[in-house]
Design a protein around this ligand. Sequence first.
Ligand SMILES: [Zn+2]
Length: 122
Amino acid sequence: MSAKELDLLKEKLLAMRQDIFHRLRHLDDGWQELAEKDIEFEEEAQKAELSELYAQLDGREKEEIEAIDLALDKMDALQYGKCEGCGKQIPLPRLQALPATRFCLACGARVEEKKRIPPALP
Ligand SMILES: [Zn+2]
């Protein structure tokens, strides 16, 4: 990977990070509005539902930011683009599509598979 390619990926990661923060701020405003409306109409059930949804979104965005920060840290440590599963260099087209990924295609598929299947009972 050339320094220029790395620079472009870094820019992409920083833009993604900013985008998430913008989205979070937007959500905050929307949520505040909804919360005020809910108090007015006393729709407690709906309020609980929205709060749950918000918590979920919050968790996913947090994960995204963590993945981006990890990738940026790796860039600083000159470890960026190395698969955490097999230690091989992740192909550039995959990094360009998913700059915050920690795994090559094969290891990524394995990790996703593990997440989907609950652990077997002893
Ligand atoms: Zn791998």
